[in-house]
Ligand binder design. Sequence first.
Ligand SMILES: [Zn+2]
Length: 239
Amino acid sequence: MTKPVRIPALSDNYVWLLPYAPGLAAVVDPAVAEPVLEAAEARGLRISHILNTHWHPDHVGGNAAIKAATGCTVVGPAREAARIPGLDLGVDEGDRVALCDIHLDVLFVGAHTAGHIAYHVPAARLLFSGDTLFAMGCGRLFEGTAADMFAALGKLKALPADTLVCCAHEYSLSNARFAVTVEPDNAALQARLKAVEAARAAAQPTVPFRLSEELETNPFVRADTIAELGARRSAKDAF
Ligand SMILES: [Zn+2]
């Protein structure tokens, strides 16, 4: 397996193309179809699978056209089956998706949406976290509660600390600016804010990132209680 390819889409989405065998790739949360098909073709890759994390249109918008163009298999959250265009295989906590000789473990992380899942690739130390875990942030609670997000982040932060997190949005700068208001004395966070400011000023991406960075700087991952996470999420919504 080679490194996932980050494809910017819409205003701040990242679609991930995952080459997993010679000439074959999966694509995670295709917001749109054309740049994804172009990126695959440019690398001589055939898209065999779409992997969706949740039903929001900026994560499934490219499903139909990519499936029509490639005949790929669409994998997505079983609990949101009716809202995933072209779904072939609904999956949930504990399921495994096999891609040739590698496999992805499905983690249920419902909170941002009620059926949200994440895909963990243990062999490659990769996590596709969708809109659940962002750099220094977490997804808004559209369909779930603070307790749901606390449980979801608890599951993700238990993964190996060197896991590379591929999330679905470039939200790092706004998240960092909020995070320093929560933990103004966190030196690692201050350093990360500076790094993110510099990267964004140079129009560089800040994703992917290591889970270890979140353990040190993400105020939602670092919340000790459901109430603390909930208060931080409400404050960020109004930030
Ligand atoms: Zn979403």
